[in-house]
Design a protein around this ligand. Structure first.
Ligand SMILES: NC(=O)c1ccc[n+]([C@@H]2O[C@H](COP(=O)([O-])OP(=O)(O)OC[C@H]3O[C@@H](n4cnc5c(N)ncnc54)[C@H](OP(=O)(O)O)[C@@H]3O)[C@@H](O)[C@H]2O)c1
Length: 337
């Protein structure tokens, strides 16, 4: 029977999400990859236990995480039932709806029909009574924002979620939703954008909006899916994400196109006595809006490496300048390719 480490709260940093009452661990764990029915369950358990033992309290799911879609929620539900139930009130568990999940017109996007049905399915798969945070996974261009916002509001009113969040929304779209939430006293507290050293679009759009609205952020793909680690410095390992056909979001071409930048950043990290992953996470945490940086992991050792980022969160002016210079020399990448 799993017994959590009694020192789990000794070293982790907990940051407030905007001006809400909720604090999140500065590092959080996402279950997008490596937690599906195609992945070893015993390894998944070891990763989640290691994360919680190191003070990570926030675990991020979505209806479609797997593969198979839904299986990450099922696997996390198994862990809750067998090991984590005694710790439920120490955990912040999130899910999302908005990407395609089941066939037909209702298994996708942001209608009231889709959001509420999807949240009910996610609760069943995880065995939870409620999610701590429930997100709209992306803005729906064909649904009135008020409909999506009020569907999220209803999840809160009906006890199925404590807080609501947005993900992949632009600054302008966040503003529209924030106004509706404000009018209805909906506890909208957080946005989840993609943000890392190689993807900085949200710096001038989303972050200023969040700061103005006093909302927080949790960055996803904070390590650019593994590119911002030492993983690809000497080629593409067989067991890496860039080499997996089940994950079509990171390609060998992107590894190649970023290699010089990654090597240069790795040299800066070495001078700071950090791994590149640690420096990349610390760099994200400089943003005032960011309460937490989400990481993915395929093994517990990666969680250990990443949490140690908190040992050095300071950047000198010289380090910032070196990093900016390296990043500005990086040619544009087509991330959708
Ligand atoms: N809202 C959205 O639309 C959205 C989209 C994407 C992700 N997310 C969320 O964000 C979470 C994280 O995203 P992500 O998986 O792309 O995150 P990431 O942290 O950028 O990448 C994770 C991958 O990096 C590698 N890695 C991690 N730590 C490492 C270390 N210390 N040394 C070497 N390699 C390391 C591992 O790759 P290998 O597997 O190759 O070992 C791991 O699977 C997801 O699980 C999900 O919860 C949300």
């Amino acid at each position: 029977m799993y017994q959590a480490n009694e020192h789990r709260y000794d070293k982790m940093i907990y940051n407030r999400v905007g001006n809400s009452g909720l604090k999140l661990s500065a590092i959080s764990l996402g279950l997008w990859n490596n937690f599906g029915s195609v992945d070893k369950y015993e390894t998944q358990k070891k990763i989640v236990h290691k994360a919680f033992d190191l003070g990570i309290t926030y675990f991020d799911l979505a209806n479609n995480y797997g593969p198979e879609p839904g299986s990450a929620e099922e696997n996390f539900g198994r862990m809750l039932a067998s090991d984590l139930k005694p710790y439920r009130d120490e955990l912040v568990i999130a899910s999302k709806a908005g990407y395609v999940m089941w066939p037909g017109p209702y298994g996708n996007w942001g209608s009231r029909k889709s959001i509420i049905a999807s949240a009910d399915q996610s609760l069943l798969r995880t065995g939870l009574d409620y999610f701590d945070i429930f997100y709209s996974h992306r803005a729906d261009p064909e649904t009135d924002p008020e409909e999506t916002a009020m569907a999220l509001d209803q999840l809160v009113r009906s006890g199925k979620a404590l807080y609501v969040g947005l993900s992949n929304y632009s600054g302008a779209q966040i503003k529209v939703m924030a106004d509706i939430f404000h009018e209805n006293h909906t506890p909208f507290i957080i946005d989840q954008p993609r943000y890392n050293m190689l993807n900085r679009e949200v710096e001038n759009d989303v972050f200023p909006e969040l700061v103005a609205e006093k909302k927080g952020a949790v960055s996803f793909s904070s390590l650019c899916q593994g590119l911002l680690t030492n993983k690809y410095l000497n080629g593409i390992p067989e067991d890496s994400r860039a080499n997996k056909s089940t994950i079509p979001f990171l390609h060998p071409a992107q590894v190649e196109q970023t290699l010089k930048t990654v090597k240069d950043l790795n040299a800066v990290a070495a001078d700071r006595n950090q791994s590149l992953a640690q420096m990349a996470l610390a760099w994200n945490l400089r943003q005032p809006a960011i309460a937490s940086v989400l990481i993915g992991a395929s093994r517990p050792e990666q969680v250990v490496d990443n949490v140690a980022a908190l040992d050095n969160l300071e950047f000198s002016e010289d380090e910032c300048n070196r990093i900016d210079e390296i990043l500005s020399a990086q040619p544009e990448i087509d991330w959708q390719a």
